[in-house]
Design a protein around this ligand. Structure first.
Ligand SMILES: [Zn+2]
Length: 101
């Protein structure tokens, strides 16, 4: 008797996940460009990153103003650390996912 499921399982054992705990929308994307299979065009692509200015960015700037660091208030707008990273497919341009800090 052929047991296709058993033999298939032998080849699909996944290695232990090395991912750290980050809150992301699915599919899993990180703060850096990620190699992923585009859900839209099914191509294996390295995602294009676009950083989104969020409420948190404004909060960071506001806090810096409050603490009299107003010359530094522009920093959150330049830094990527206060902004969400949107991943797009460079092939078809479709939105893939967002990495939230
Ligand atoms: Zn695509």
């Amino acid at each position: 008797t052929v047991e296709p499921f058993k033999s298939a399982n032998l080849h699909t054992q996944e290695p232990p996940s090395l991912q750290t705990t980050v809150i992301v929308t699915s599919p899993n994307v990180g703060p850096d460009p990620t190699t992923i299979i585009c859900p839209s065009c099914r191509a294996t692509v390295v995602t294009r990153l676009d950083y989104e200015t969020t409420t948190k960015t404004h909060l960071c700037a506001g806090l810096l103003c409050l603490f009299l660091c107003w010359p530094c208030a522009f920093v959150p707008y330049c830094s990527t650390s206060c902004r969400d990273a949107n991943h797009y497919c460079p092939n078809c341009g479709s939105f893939i996912g967002t990495y939230r800090k």
